[in-house]
Design a binder for this molecule. Structure first.
Ligand SMILES: [Zn+2]
Length: 272
């Protein structure tokens, strides 16, 4: 789209001339940056197009996104057909969660917690800030890689890594804490049990002990330690008990979504 291209070029020119600090990225530019990157990711990553899977992840994701102050964004939720555990967000409202993460979740609230966390990275604009910072520290290649076809040659594992971790440098601890707090708030507001967040962290930390390579990509972009579990639990404790009563932990729709995923052909093997 020429309109999108020119907005991206303006943004790039601004970044090149003035440095990231001077370039205020508008919400519209943020959406355009996300859309361009998402189009790249569509060609690089194996995505699940099964209608039932697409429909469920979008209905759960939108239930959460509607509870944020960015309900006006056009949110997109996609399941990546990878056994590895990962989830990531692009500026403007594109959220990706790997099949491997969903398979490890026991109930709906745990996947909702991860989506709520990624939504938090978007609403607090960590994703767009991160792209700007990478530009600032000489990461022009990363942004160009994001915006052009240069990095498309490496299919499979390389592409998964590009999209899942290398593209996005580690979020800072304070970004992670903020996204966790947003995840808790968003879960509660949308009627979902926020305990899913510390529970999912526990599952991932346990997996890191037994099968570290499966969760590498997730830990590479989202520093996760015991402290995040206790901080999240402490935040949940601050709610009056009445506010947490009756929140949904699981649904039959989530369990049939999981069964649907289990019934799909195995994820493609990463190409070396
Ligand atoms: Zn994160």
């Amino acid at each position: 789209m020429p309109a999108t291209q020119s907005a991206i070029h303006r943004l790039l020119a601004c970044l090149a001339l003035a440095g990231a600090a001077a370039c205020a990225v508008s919400q519209q530019q943020e959406v355009e940056l996300g859309a361009t990157t998402a189009a790249q990711i569509d060609t690089m990553l194996p995505l699940i197009h099964d209608a039932a899977v697409v429909s469920y992840i979008n209905s759960l994701g939108n239930q959460l996104a509607r509870a944020t102050d960015k309900r006006d964004l056009d949110w997109h939720f996609t399941v990546v057909d990878s056994k590895e555990v990962n989830a990531f967000a692009l500026p403007g409202g594109w959220i990706y969660v790997n099949r491997g993460l969903i398979e490890r979740a026991e109930n709906m609230s745990q996947v909702a917690g991860v989506l709520g966390h990624e939504i938090g990275h978007v609403t607090r604009r960590h994703t767009v800030q991160q792209m700007q910072q990478q530009q600032e520290v000489g990461g022009a290649a990363v942004l160009l890689c994001t915006l052009t076809k240069v990095c498309e040659s490496g299919a499979g594992e390389t592409a998964v890594n590009v999209a899942g971790s290398a593209l996005f440098a580690k979020f800072s601890r304070s970004d992670e804490a903020e996204a966790d707090a947003e995840g808790v708030k968003t879960s509660v507001k949308s009627g979902i049990d926020p305990d899913g967040i510390p529970e999912m962290f526990r599952i991932l930390l346990n997996e890191r002990k037994s099968n570290p390579s499966a969760v590498d990509a997730f830990f590479a972009s989202h520093p996760l330690e015991e402290a995040r579990i206790s901080a999240t639990q402490a935040q949940i404790k601050q709610y009056p008990p009445a506010a947490l009563r009756g929140l949904t932990q699981d649904t039959p729709e989530f369990q049939s979504f999981k069964r649907r995923l289990q019934g799909l052909p195995p994820s493609p093997k990463p190409k070396g």
